[in-house]
Structure formats: C-alpha cells, structure tokens
Design a protein around this ligand. Sequence first.
Ligand code: PAF
Length: 280
Amino acid sequence: MQLIKHLSEMRNYIRRIEKEKSIGFVPTMGYLHEGHLSLIKRARQDCDEVVVSIFVNPTQFGAGEDYHLYPRDLSRDIKLCKQESLDVVFVPSREEMYPDGYSTFVKVEGELSSTLEGSSRPGHFQGVCTILTKLFNIISPDFSYFGQKDYQQVLVVKRLVRDLNLRTQIVVLPTIREKDGLAVSSRNSYLNKEERCAATVLYESLEKAKQLIMEGKRDPALVASKMKDLIKAKSLAEIDYVAVVDPETLQKVERIGKEVLVAVVVKIGEIRLIDNLKIA
Ligand code: PAF
C-alpha cells in the first residue's frame, strides 16, 4: 500500500495506471469505521485499484462547528487500510488543498442543497462540493463510493457530477449500524457512556416512523410529532430537525405516498448525530 501526501505524486500515480486500470475512490475525513470499510470492500470488488483519501476538509465546517475537535488518528487509519489491502491512501495537506489566496468554490444551487443540512449548516455543501470536485479532478476515479447515512450529501454530489459532467459514477451503499441500530459514524467516538446510550433514540425514532407508516398513517406531521415525542423523552437529546420528505427532492410532502424519506438530526449532549430511513 502506498501512502501519498502530495498532489503531484498522486497525479503521477494516476497518470501511470489510468489507461489500463479502473479506479475506485472512497473519499473520507478519516477516523475510519465499519461504514468506510464497507465502501472500501465494495470498491475493491468493483475496481482494479482503490484510492482512499483522508482529509478533514475545513471548508465544510461552519464557524463554531467541530473542525478542530474532529477525531483524527492517521496511524490507526493506515493500519485499517493495510488490512483491506488498499492500493493508495491519499493524505493531502491543508496547505496544498487550500493554498494562501484560495478563492474558488463549487456550489450546487437550489433547494436540494439549501434544505435540511443545507439550512442547519449553511455553506456545508459548498465545502463538500468544492473538495470533492478537487479530489475527483486529481484522482479521476471511474467509481466513487458514498454511504446512505449522508443521504442528502449523496443527492447533492450526484447533481454536482451530472451538472459538471464529471466522469465518475457514484455508488451508494447502505448505512452500517451497531447492534442497537445506531448508525456508525466517526463522531460516535465523542460520546460518553451515557450519551452513547441516549444516541439509540435516533434509530428508535426512525423505526417508530416506519411502524406508523406501515400501520397506514399518512400524515407527515403526525409521524414527525410522534418521533419528536420519543426523542424529547431523552434528557440528553436536543432535536435539530425531524423531516418527512420526498426522497428525490427532499421537499416536504403533504401526504405520505409510496416512498418517503424520514431524516433526523439530534444533538446528544454536544454531539450532533444524523440518520435517515427511506420507507417504501
Ligand atoms: O462524508 C464525508 O466524510 C465528507 O463529507 C467527504 C465526502 C469526505 C468530503 O469531505
């Protein structure tokens, strides 16, 4: 496995292999977990060479968010990548990705990126789209792998790729969950014992929504309000949003039809956790 730290070295590597080999790409911010590993495993099945990037991208964090505290452990990540027989781990520096005077950003306009996470975290998707455009340019992947946990990110990235005619294909894999349903996430490592216990409420609320919808409830306000009641019962939990939306447009639905996306964001103590379930 190669550890590549410089853009020029990464480009040279890609230039050498791209004519003969298919390239799979798993973009990450490190602190790898089972979710990332499932993406890496799938990429290894699909592609001749797999590149994982590890870069905690400052432009997707707002002021007062957890950029500086975001968990980082490069030696642990490298060990995990070696175990997965990865070809390349790309760990660029902040200075190379955003040199002094950096002033170019990529934004997917419109409701897809301004609703939900876009409204709670203004500027977040612009940061995500900017870093991914740069990484797609450098790595030129045939396939890029994302998890369903960041449902809105996937939709925004698909739109970015379509609108800018980027050559990569986006592959989306299911959310990986702990035994009690909590979606795996690097941020789970922040949770103390009590918070970890309370964090199961996100999945419980999604399951509640599923149960209500399966029973035939069609009113999104009723489903959201039952979910909120359940979350509010946990003293450590503070709701950011609960949304019952169209899975393609992410806009509110008047009535629950064939398919609906239920999305939930809750702060457990200081830790903001996100989850969703597509219910058909
Ligand atoms: O999902 C993430 O970890 C990040 O948003 C990504 C895609 C690596 C971009 O920094």
